[in-house]
Design a protein around this ligand. Structure first.
Ligand code: FAD
Length: 402
């Protein structure tokens, strides 16, 4: 009899952890494991704002998958998933097809522009390594262009960032560090460069208490970040954002949208029932009505029964989904009962540049400044360690002191 085939789609936090746990829980005789990913590398999605600002090199944020997952144990396929044909238990890839007995969908997020006119065409997104690198290069190009142009236009040096959630604020935090370095490199006065964060809501980082939010705004403003809060973006053009009731145009040379994400489009393409871009999974993380398909990480809404609302999509949650998912795949193989996902919230940390941050940890303790920045590095390094062990931590970890 042939071995059951477990196929995992996406090698992000959720996919890598599921694969790793399955290789630990099952012998090669018990199941064939296949991991499919667009690239031959895994990247730390939570570090992409640093790649985009240029405060870390893109190679630090990515790891060759076969350095972490043994290709003799797991079949690695580097291809793009187009859709899942549930009726025929087949995954359609750009270059081939693949059957499965058990499927784990962990394809992460794509940026959502909520239909804001012109945003898809004119803004850049922090979405993967390539898009983050493009932003870094574009910003540096604007500095070079300004330096070498005869008619200096300071609008070229303005960086507009739409959205004041995690990604937008962590990105402007990195820019607060990077912009002075670029000014020095190209001999440009700091006051000629503007970094403007535009947000429709009246405040930033809604997941933090007001005192920490106030700290973050003050710290970033001190380092030259401008905020336009309570300001709706009506349209994005080649020149910048058109905002507010009087349709003011804020001109910029670099436009980045960080205002929203949604689940992989593969979900809708494959006929899953979708709520705001994601599948609302059952307690055991299976897609409703599907015996053998799990949906985890940023592709899933996992409901918090206490609040009746979904848990926020985070790397922390994605890695915890992976533990439950791996246990449940093994349970299905062994005809054992499945377990329900229980979220163990270890806290929330946002960086505000390399040496600053805010955090709410475990028992509600609040941190700001260097202790929070240190906490962020601990969280980042822990994720590396969990996914790639000591080797990955030593190669890619954030171990330099401030
Ligand atoms: P991902 O880690 O995004 O992995 C998805 C994988 O699927 C990728 O390898 C991708 O290449 C692959 N893939 C996608 N589509 C296809 C396809 N069609 N075919 C093949 N492969 C495909 N969370 C926190 O907990 N703390 C933070 O501080 C934090 N900061 C963040 C900062 C930024 C800049 C961003 C963007 C996110 C941040 N998040 C943070 C959120 C966190 O990164 C996500 O919740 C987490 O990455 C979700 O993990 P995942 O495995 O579902 O998806």
């Amino acid at each position: 009899m042939s071995k059951p085939k477990i196929v995992i789609l996406g090698a992000g936090y959720a996919g890598m952890m599921t694969t790793k746990r399955l290789t630990q829980k099952l012998s090669p005789e018990e199941a064939e494991i296949v991991l499919v990913n667009k690239h031959n590398y895994h990247y730390q999605t939570t570090w992409l704002h640093e790649v985009a600002a240029g405060t870390i090199n893109h190679n630090q944020a990515r790891t060759i998958i076969s350095d972490v997952i043994n290709p003799n144990r797991v079949r690695l396929i580097y291809d793009t998933v187009v859709k899942v044909d549930k009726d025929n238990q087949t995954v359609i890839l750009e270059n081939s097809e693949l059957t499965y007995d058990y499927l784990v969908i962990s394809l992460g997020f794509v940026t959502n522009t909520f239909g804001i006119k012109g945003m898809d065409e004119h803004a850049m997104f922090i979405q993967d390594i390539d898009s983050a690198q493009l932003i870094r290069e574009h910003i540096e190009y604007q500095f070079v262009k300004y330096k070498n142009s005869e008619e200096k236009n300071t609008d070229d040096l303005t960086i507009l960032v739409g959205g004041a959630g995690f990604t937008g604020i962590e990105f402007v935090g990195e820019l607060a560090e990077k912009v002075p370095q670029l000014c020095k490199k190209y001999d440009i006065e700091r006051r000629n460069v503007r970094v403007i964060n535009v947000e429709a809501a009246p405040s930033i980082l809604p997941m933090f208490d007001k005192d920490l939010v106030d700290y973050a705004i003050h710290s970033l403003e001190q380092r030259g970040i401008e905020f336009r809060l309570g300001t709706k973006i009506n349209e994005c053009t080649e020149e910048g954002f058109i905002v507010g009731e009087d349709n003011e145009l804020i001109k910029a040379g670099t436009i980045v949208w960080t205002g929203g994400v949604t689940g992989s489009p593969v979900l809708a393409e494959s006929g899953f029932e979708i709520t705001r871009g994601k599948v609302t999974v059952d307690g055991d993380l299976r897609a409703p009505g599907e015996e053998n398909i799990f949906v985890i990480g940023d592709c899933a809404w996992v409901m918090d029964e206490k609040t009746g609302r979904p848990f926020p999509p985070t790397a922390q949650a994605a890695m915890q989904h992976a533990e439950t998912c791996a246990n449940n795949v093994v349970a299905l193989l062994k005809n054992a009962p499945l377990e329900n996902f229980v979220f163990d919230n270890k806290g929330t940390v946002a960086s505000l540049g390399v040496t600053d941050g805010i955090a709410t940890i475990l028992d509600g303790t609040k941190l700001s400044g260097k202790p929070a920045a240190t906490m962020k590095k601990v969280v980042d390094n822990r994720a590396l360690f969990l996914i790639g062990g000591l080797n990955m931590f030593l190669k890619k970890g954030k171990i330099r002191p401030f």
